[in-house]
Design a binder for this molecule. Structure first.
Ligand SMILES: [Zn+2]
Length: 326
C-alpha cells in the first residue's frame, strides 16, 4: 500500500498535471510545458507501478526529503549525473542563503533587553529556527524551534514557521492562543509526518515574561548561580490540528538571562560518545551568569568545542540568550 506521503504527493502531482494541461491549452506547443507534463505523467506512472521513490540506477530508496521537495526525482543522491549534481548544489546554496536571510542579527537590543544568537546547521540547510522581534507595544517576542526531520523539507517548514509567527505577532493575541494558532496553521500545511518543537516567549519592559514551551528542550533561566528549567507546557506544534497550548509566567530581574537552545547543543557528543547534557550546560551557565548575552553565547560555544574536542557536529545547533538589562 502507498504511504500517506506518497498519497499526498500523488494529489499534488494530479493537481499539477491539471494546471499544466490548462497551461498547454493557453500556450500550445510550449516545449517546457510539454516536457513537464511528460515528467509528471512518468512520476504518476511510477506510482501506479509501485516503483515511485526508487532510484532508476541502483533500485535503492530515494531520500524522502528530496522526494517531498521534488516528486519528479528519479535518482538517489549517489546516482545523479554531474550536471544534475551541480544544479542541486546551486539550489542548496541558494536555499541556505534564503534561510540565513530569515535569521535575526547575531546580537540585537530591544527596550530593556539584549538578545544574542548562534546558528549552525550540520548540513547546508537546517530545520532549526530562532527569531527575536519587537512588537509595537514595546514587548519582545523571542522564539526557538526545531522542525522534525532534516534537510530541504525541514528547512522549508522552518521558513514556513518563521513566516507564520511573524504574521501572528502583530495581532497581539494572548501567548497561548498565538501558539495554538501557529500549531493549527503548521498542521494544515505540513506533511502528516512533520511537526516542530517550539518555545515562544514574550518579555515586557518591566521584566514580566510569559513562555509557552511546545515540546522543546527546557529553556534555562539564569539568575546568578541559580538555574531554573522551563519544562514543556504542551506537545510539539503541528501534531494535531486542534491541539491547545498553555504558558507559564515568570519574572526577570536586571541581569537575569533566558538561555534557549536546540537539542543539537545538549546532545552534542565527544569522541568517546559521551553526551554534553543539560546538567553540564547548567553547570557551565552558573559560572558565566554575569556575562553580557553575546559573551554568554560565545563562552558556551567555547565550552562545547572543548568538550567535543574535534568530534564532528551531528545535528543542527542553535543557541539564543535573552538578557534583561539594568
Ligand atoms: Zn541510486
Amino acid at each position: 500500500m502507498a504511504s500517506p506521503v506518497e498519497a499526498l504527493l500523488r494529489d499534488q502531482l494530479t493537481e499539477r498535471r491539471q494546471k499544466l494541461e490548462d497551461a498547454a491549452d493557453l500556450i500550445p506547443g510550449d516545449e517546457q510545458v510539454r516536457r513537464l507534463l511528460r515528467e509528471v505523467d512518468a512520476a504518476l506512472n511510477r506510482m501506479d507501478k509501485g516503483t515511485f521513490g526508487i532510484c532508476e540506477s541502483c533500485q535503492d530508496t530515494i531520500e524522502a526529503d528530496r522526494l517531498v521537495a521534488d516528486p519528479l526525482m528519479e535518482y538517489c543522491l549517489d546516482h545523479l549525473t554531474r550536471p544534475q549534481r551541480q544544479a542541486l548544489e546551486r539550489d542548496l546554496d541558494l536555499a541556505a542563503q534564503v534561510l540565513r536571510g530569515l535569521l535575526p542579527p547575531p546580537s540585537q537590543r530591544f527596550p530593556g533587553y539584549e538578545v544574542a544568537r548562534h546558528y549552525e546547521g550540520a548540513g547546508p540547510v537546517s530545520g532549526d529556527y530562532c527569531d527575536a522581534v519587537g512588537a509595537q507595544d514595546g514587548s519582545l517576542y523571542f522564539a526557538i524551534g526545531d522542525v522534525s526531520g532534516k534537510g530541504v523539507a525541514a528547512s522549508m517548514l522552518m521558513a514556513h514557521l518563521h513566516a507564520t509567527l511573524r504574521a501572528l505577532v502583530p495581532l497581539n493575541l494572548p501567548l497561548d492562543q498565538l501558539v495554538t494558532r501557529a500549531s493549527g496553521l503548521f498542521c494544515e500545511s505540513a506533511l502528516p509526518s512533520h511537526f516542530a518543537t517550539l518555545v515562544l516567549g514574550r518579555a515586557l519592559r518591566g521584566g514580566e515574561v510569559e513562555i509557552s514551551n511546545a515540546g522543546h528542550v527546557p529553556p534555562l533561566i539564569v539568575r546568578g548561580r541559580d538555574i531554573e528549567r522551563v519544562a514543556p507546557t504542551g506537545i510539539p506544534i503541528g501534531m494535531f490540528c486542534d491541539a491547545r497550548f498553555t504558558s507559564t509566567r515568570l519574572r526577570l530581574s536586571p541581569g537575569d538571562t533566558i538561555l534557549l537552545y536546540t537539542d543539537g547543543v545538549n546532545e552534542a557528543r565527544n569522541d568517546s560518545g559521551e553526551e554534553y547534557g543539560i546538567d553540564r550546560l547548567t553547570g557551565h551557565l552558573a559560572k558565566s551568569a554575569a556575562q553580557a548575552a553575546p559573551d554568554m553565547v560565545g563562552a558556551l560555544l567555547h565550552d562545547l568545542k572543548v568538550f567535543r574536542s574535534g568530534a564532528a557536529q551531528a545535528d543542527d545547533m542553535t543557541l539564543m540568550a535573552v538578557r534583561r538589562l539594568d
